[in-house]
Design a protein around this ligand. Structure first.
Ligand code: ATP
Ligand code: MG
Length: 566
């Protein structure tokens, strides 16, 4: 490909609102352009990377015998009513009406569509197991689209769905997909860790996320040093090593703590450790129930764990106004003693071993001291509802947890029969008995993954693309277009190398500085510079990680290229 014909609008500086390095580089290199918030055009350079990623995915799906299909983007809302997800999915769904007023939507994910079109067509156990996939644009009206392709409102996903007659078949399908995904990431040069994850609105309980460590990542992963335990912080468990000093129950007393709202302020004011305070947080669950949540003062509520424990569709902390209206006390003054306004009291396990602790008195500016479980109030349910802390022992090998920021590049679920039961997709088993189809779903954020790859392969001046995903494997940069020896050699190398590799040939009449700066943004694994020594059949080669270019005789070039690119 001749660069003079290649549309690659590069920028000296990235726009000021670009924060993520991958976003900056893709804008500067002319890979992508934003059309509206979270919606991007893929320009030739970006599209080449995208197509290469898709090709790798196609090959890996082929290897596990999963055929490709294409489902519509435009879907009837009724499909989502059948699964019960129309309301649950919330404002992230792009909803629209057709001219007849029929409620419709743009697909954010396709479990319903595949259940309708595939699962409902499976009549006998003999047709299973089967799996299908597509690579397709998804639409999600994200609250905060940002970081370029990392969180878009229109983005590309590989989504695969599996259909099994038995749990064993599902397990095998899940393992196959997991292996295929790992192969895809490896071939794309991406370092990922599989971690325990939250299934969210997807249904099912068993899910694994693929997380790519990167500074810009929006997720936090808790891992021990040997990697025997890895979980998204949303789900991470840890062992609480704190042991409260046991005391005889003392008499309950009410104390004034004017103006002390936070746990830290209270601890200081009362001259006690934070671990002697029990924190009370009022949650509004499913917009109807008032659930009081208790934790030891040094811990934070993990809302994902709380959602699971309560099996809630939605929950949120009460607003300041709601707090006063419901409990009669302002923030800091709320507590579990005589809290008859609470529909339920839930406590984290860290509250279990405590005695003579401090809680809000349900009166603004007052606390109760020497409060004791069971004597002064009852807890309806205990559970692990706290955020794990870095350094705490992991639940498997009891090694200290380390936190890393990370990008979720894929998520695989054992869905079970959630969709097939609600939507009525059954088959006849060996005994002629109707059973719900057992499903799995598997997704890779293709465009997000492109950004993640860039985040993991930044150089001082640009990108060092892994070879299988690089937009071009070889970049020939000719220094002087008017030099005939250079042109002759450049064209000869272009022709020769193009037989086996994707070659970009910079044939533009530009200054060397411009050409090199652009080449850093193209990030080809090999740059061949054709300059003064062209007549002597000597060129320079440089890999993005090399500090400087090295001279090489043209005769030796083939060996070098084969060694680098295979
Ligand atoms: P997140 O927690 O980041 O919002 P999610 O849990 O909503 O992700 P899934 O529904 O599991 O994501 O979607 C499958 C994959 O699609 C994700 O692992 C991610 O790689 C990708 N993805 C999800 N949302 C976006 C988005 N807004 N932009 C780009 N890729 C996305
Ligand atoms: Mg999301």
């Amino acid at each position: 490909m001749r660069q003079s014909k290649f549309f690659m609008p590069t920028l000296k500086e990235a726009p000021a609102d670009a924060v993520a390095e991958s976003h900056k580089l893709m804008l500067r290199g002319g890979y992508i352009r934003q059309v509206t918030a979270g919606v991007y055009a893929y320009l030739p350079l970006g599209y080449r990377v995208l197509r290469k990623a898709e090709k790798i995915m196609e090959e890996e799906m082929e290897k596990i015998d999963v055929p490709e299909v294409s489902m519509p983007h435009f879907l009837p809302a009724s499909l989502w009513e059948d699964s019960g997800r129309l309301q649950k999915y919330g404002p992230e769904m792009f909803r629209l009406k057709d001219r007849h007023g029929r409620e419709s939507l743009l697909g954010p994910t396709h479990e319903e569509t595949f259940t309708e079109i595939v699962a409902k067509n499976l009549k006998s156990y003999k047709q299973m197991p089967i799996a299908l996939y597509q690579i397709q644009t998804k639409f999600r009206d994200e609250n905060r689209p940002r970081f370029g392709l990392l969180r878009g409102r229109e983005f590309i996903m590989l989504d695969a769905y599996s259909f099994a007659a038995t749990k064993e078949q599902l397990d095998k399908q899940f393992d196959d997909e997991k292996q295929a995904f790992e192969n895809i990431y490896r071939r794309c040069g991406l370092v990922v860790n599989p971690v325990i994850a939250d299934s969210g609105t997807m249904g099912g309980k068993n899910s694994t996320e693929f997380q790519a460590p990167a500074a810009i990542g929006e997720d936090t992963i808790a891992t021990n040093e040997t990697g025997t335990y890895s979980a998204n912080l949303e789900m991470a468990e840890s062992i609480d090593t704190f042991k409260a000093k046991a005391e005889e129950p003392k008499e309950l007393v009410k104390v004034a703590t004017p103006g002390q709202k936070t746990i830290a302020e209270l601890a200081k004011f009362l001259e006690i450790p934070e671990t002697r305070i029990v924190k009370s947080v009022l949650y509004i669950v499913n917009e109807t129930e008032h659930v009081l949540v208790l934790l030891r003062g040094d811990k934070q509520v993990n809302e994902v764990k709380l959602t699971h424990l309560l099996d809630a569709d939605s929950l949120r902390p009460a607003t300041d106004d709601e707090l006063v209206a419901i409990t009669g006390a302002e923030k800091g003054g709320v507590g579990p003693v005589k809290a008859n306004w609470a529909d339920k009291i839930i406590a984290d396990n860290t509250v279990k071993g405590l005695d003579n602790f401090v809680v809000g008195a349900n009166e603004t500016g007052y606390q109760l001291k020497n409060v004791n479980l069971n004597r002064d109030f009852q807890v309806d349910q205990f559970g692990d509802i706290r955020v794990a802390n870095e350094g705490e022992p992991d639940p498997v090998d009891h090694l200290p947890l380390k936190f890393t920021t990370s990008i979720e590049v894929g998520h695989i679920f054992k869905l079970g029969t959630y969709y097939t039961k609600t939507m009525g997709a059954s088959f006849l088993d060996e005994n002629g008995k109707a059973q719900p189809v057992i499903m799995g779903s598997y997704g890779i954020g293709v465009t997000r993954m492109m950004s993640a790859i860039v985040e993991q392969h930044l150089t001082k001046f640009g990108i060092a693309w892994p070879k299988e995903i690089a937009p071009f494997a070889i970049h020939i940069v000719q220094m002087k277009m008017k030099d005939e020896a250079q042109t002759k050699l450049a064209q000869q190398l272009e022709q020769q190398l193009s037989k086996n590799y994707d070659v970009l040939y910079d044939d533009r009449n530009e200054r060397a500085g411009v050409k090199f700066a652009d080449a850093d943004l193209v990030g080809a694994p090999i740059r061949i510079t054709i300059g003064k020594k062209a007549a002597d059949r000597v060129v320079e080669v440089k890999r993005p990680s090399d500090a400087k270019a090295n001279e090489i005789a043209v005769d030796q070039l083939n060996d070098f290229v084969t060694k680098e690119l295979g």
